[in-house]
Design a protein around this ligand. Structure first.
Ligand SMILES: C[S@@+](CC[C@H](N)C(=O)[O-])C[C@H]1O[C@@H](n2cnc3c(N)ncnc32)[C@H](O)[C@@H]1O
Length: 292
């Protein structure tokens, strides 16, 4: 949904833009192609492999690429004196294809690798470490809240029974355990919901999103936009509520900046987007603009 993201940003050639989720730089490259010589792009990713993946973009004098969480983007830009001066902030949420495709990162039940799942491998507990020591009730809650896994209770119980003899260490050990409990259905692999839930929890994805959105408002210039592309309903719900509540609170206030929704309904993927990337099927694009 690259084209829709660029349109939603309404790019001004001399504006200041932020790509919060650099990944392999696809959106950043498209943004740069629309910026003139005085435009600037600040790109962030919490994954070190991502930020070193595009030396060609890093060499562009208009670009600064940094390792960091998007919930800390506000302080990085405030340090540069950019509060109230940013024309567009883009978030393309979730994991990247290279993260999913590399078995060593532990995100996928398809290959075999260490049960890691950290987007930032320089900090925090891996999924294996968490599953080794988390209380059974916390594992159950995680699978239920972030994966809507109906078998959460049985999976959590089996993980805790298994770890007494030997903790789970690999993606295939976990996938094999789940396959003895969750019946295979023709649409998705039995491990899909558990892996999604663990990934969201290990990376605090929803907490990161909530904190970041709240901190972005003060960065926007008049006419500046926040554009968010999300891939599951938990993320989209947070974005939808935040944008709606922010627009309403500003309309009710007697003074201060005003914010409006750019689209009444979220934009979805085209058939072409889905053909290019089946993950786009559940994509939702929302945008908020500061108008005064
Ligand atoms: C879907 S990919 C982005 C792909 C990118 N738009 C492109 O064109 O290649 C999401 C990226 O966001 C990063 N990410 C996810 N949560 C993050 C966070 N809280 N802070 C910084 N980066 C994050 C991931 O590491 C991943 O590289």
């Amino acid at each position: 949904m690259l084209r829709q993201c660029m349109e939603a940003l309404g790019i001004k050639p001399d504006g200041y833009y932020v790509d919060c989720t650099f990944g392999r730089g696809g959106h950043s490259a498209a943004l740069l192609a629309r910026l003139g010589p005085t435009g600037r792009l600040f790109a962030f990713d919490r994954d070190r492999d991502a930020i070193s993946s595009r030396p060609d973009l890093a060499r562009d004098p208009r670009v600064e690429i940094q390792h960091g969480r998007f919930s800390a983007v506000d302080s990085a830009l405030e340090e540069r004196g950019l509060a109230g001066k940013v024309h567009g902030i883009l978030m393309d949420l979730g994991v990247s294809s290279p993260q999913l495709d590399n078995p060593e990162r532990g995100f996928s039940f398809r290959g075999n690798g260490p049960l890691d799942m950290r987007m930032d491998q320089s900090s925090g507990a891996t999924a294996a470490e968490w599953l080794e020591r988390a209380p059974e009730a916390d594992i159950r809650q995680c699978l239920w809240d972030f994966g809507e896994e109906r078998m959460a209770r049985r999976i959590a119980a089996r993980i805790c029974a298994t770890r007494v003899a030997a903790p789970l260490r690999t993606t295939q050990e976990l996938a094999a355990l789940i396959s003895t409990i969750v019946r295979r259905d023709h649409r998705i692999d039995p491990a899909t919901r558990t892996f999604q839930a663990l990934r969201i929890m290990i990376n605090d994805e929803l907490g990161e999103l909530r904190r970041a959105l709240a901190r972005f408002l003060k960065l926007l210039a008049v006419g500046g936009r926040i554009v968010v592309l999300s891939f599951h309903s938990l993320e989209d719900r947070i974005v939808k509520r935040f944008f709606r509540d922010t627009a309403k609170a500003s309309a009710d206030a007697e003074s201060g900046p005003q914010f409006v929704l750019v689209f009444r309904k979220p934009s979805g993927p085209t058939d072409e987007d889905i053909a290019l990337n089946p993950r786009a099927r559940s994509a939702r694009l929302r945008a908020l603009e500061r108008t005064t």
